[in-house]
Unconditional design. Sequence first.
Length: 338
Amino acid sequence: MKYKIDSSGEVVYETSKNIEDISVEQNNLDVKERKRKLQQINLFAKQVVDRMIKDMVPPTPENYLIYFEKYLEEKSPAQKDAIKKILDLEKQSDANKEYMARMDSYLKENFDNTKKILDDINSLYSHVNKIKNYIKKKGIELSKNPTKSNILTFENKISSALTSLEKQQEEVKEDYINISKLMKKFNKESIFDKKYEVYNKKYFMDILKSELENMQNFTYKSTMIAFSIKKEILKDVKLKSDRDIIIKTVSNMVLGRLRRSDILAHYEDGIFLLILKHTDFEQAKKAVESIKNFVSFSNFIIDGKQIQAKIDTNIVELDPRLSIDEIIGSAIEGLLND
């Protein structure tokens, strides 16, 4: 290997190979590494199934997961680390468990704060009623006997009651602030679009990023579908609330036709994005036709007029070489220009 000094004074090596040759060699190395990883996980998966058959355990998904984790612990540290590196590429299940645990914690804390604020309000209401009754009673007494001593006693009682009310008012305010903070955290970390009851944009972007990383390491195909209700259909619906009902109903109809591994999310402005994992373009086309046909059977009666639901769609193959923005941009652009 020969060395030389470049224009910036750095020591670099010369090579007789051109950039294209180096790029091809690197790509071949990447392919070999991916094949090696795939063979490794394939062999282990077969061993897990063989162990289940030997133990006469039905190979259901839940049992398989248990045996996978159990059998992995019996492997040598080197084998265990190699397989865990592959598993690190698919952390979505663990992420979902962590998310559910956080949401459960938020809900419990919010429940406790809500119960406390309700107790405080109940106490405040009771206190106000007592003050009102006292004022009414003492008002009658003072009108009959307005002595200086009676007036002073009345003022002291009212002052003490107001101090107590102010304290309870501060407690209610503090509870309200705590609930408000928790709700902000809840909304920030939520993975669902509460309006249309599918996944939200933020969660979809995280899943898409993870899927592109997996595709880069294991060279399989996945696709994305962008869809929305046809513009001419929604244009004839006057009320926004009616349009929202149509959009929500159709999106939930699509959701009901999907596999558990498929991810459907509301992106924005009534546009939905759908990831079909391990699905090539031709398979995605068949899925789209099935979804379109299913949706077309739904009818809505709006202002006495029957409306048949139809959707526009656009399919793009996921490409790990492209950025997330490029992939989503291409999907939506194709949808809007359809």
